[in-house]
Ligand binder design. Structure first.
Ligand SMILES: [Zn+2]
Length: 256
């Protein structure tokens, strides 16, 4: 059964997602930074939040947990490896586990790097990946608690999913990511076109999330350590993927 998915912009650039499974009537909220906005949107749609799915412990992903649980009695689901930092957690999940939201079943993928206990939820039948702060449109999460090697391994697992997979990430960082990406791969035509499209969308104040994994594979420098263009920019022609990824991430950290 396919999920119905709603985007809720909150705080300065966060996206909270509602995922509704119509056969069972169950509704999950993914990474509720706050409580009020998702509760109000669910109410307006005639949905009742039955689950919270957390990807990682950061406050702008779990800030609404306890208030939503108090209001709805929902079940809180999150990473086993970081259970101690997920407020109100009821169900702990890790790599290879499945989690059923009614008839919609997610495979859980461990994706450490941004934090040590980050997970992603892949609902294959809905082509939906909730990946928190691991993969962004044209970017990836900062390495607060992990190494470049760990993050590259995590991103490699996501790269194994189908091109049609929609990336429901947790932030609208796309335009600044695009500005950086074109400096890394100045000869990538697909990227240059996409950056222009993104500028136009943002000028109209349109969201750029979700994008597809196929688009990311062709244009996101953090997924393209084999790109000759990128390797030339970094002075790392022929280097191994982890070294190229690490240098790309290091340059993004200081990019203005
Ligand atoms: Zn985070």
């Amino acid at each position: 059964m396919k999920l119905e998915i709603e985007r809720i912009p909150v705080l300065s650039d966060n996206y909270v997602w509602l995922a509704h499974e119509p056969a069972s009537g169950l509704t999950a909220v993914v990474d509720p930074a706050v409580a009020d906005a998702p509760l109000a949107r669910a109410r307006a749609l005639g949905w009742t939040i039955s689950q919270i799915l957390n990807t990682h412990h950061h406050p702008d992903h779990v800030g609404g947990n306890l208030e939503i649980k108090a209001a709805t009695g929902c079940t809180i689901v999150g990473p086993r490896a970081d259970a101690g930092r997920i407020p109100g957690i009821d169900i702990e999940l890790g790599d290879g586990d499945t989690y059923a939201l009614g008839d919609a079943v997610a495979r859980v993928i461990d994706v450490p790097g941004h934090t040590r206990g980050h997970i992603a939820y892949w609902f294959g039948d809905s082509d939906a990946l909730f990946c928190g702060d691991t993969l962004f449109i044209l970017g990836c999460g900062r390495l607060f608690e992990g190494t470049p090697g760990q993050m590259w391994h995590s991103l490699s697992k996501l790269l194994a999913l189908p091109d049609s997979t929609k990336i429901y990430c947790a932030h609208e960082y796309t335009q600044s990511n695009a500005r950086f990406a074109v400096t890394m791969e100045p000869h990538n035509d697909a990227l240059l076109k996409r950056a222009a499209t993104i500028d136009a969308m943002r000028a109209r104040n349109e969201p750029t999330v979700p994008g597809t994994l196929g688009q990311e594979r062709a244009t996101n420098p953090f997924l393209r350590p084999d790109s000759a263009d990128l390797q030339r920019t970094l002075g790392l022609v022929g280097a191994d993927p982890v070294a190229v990824f690490a240098e790309t991430r290091r340059r993004k950290d200081s990019f203005r």
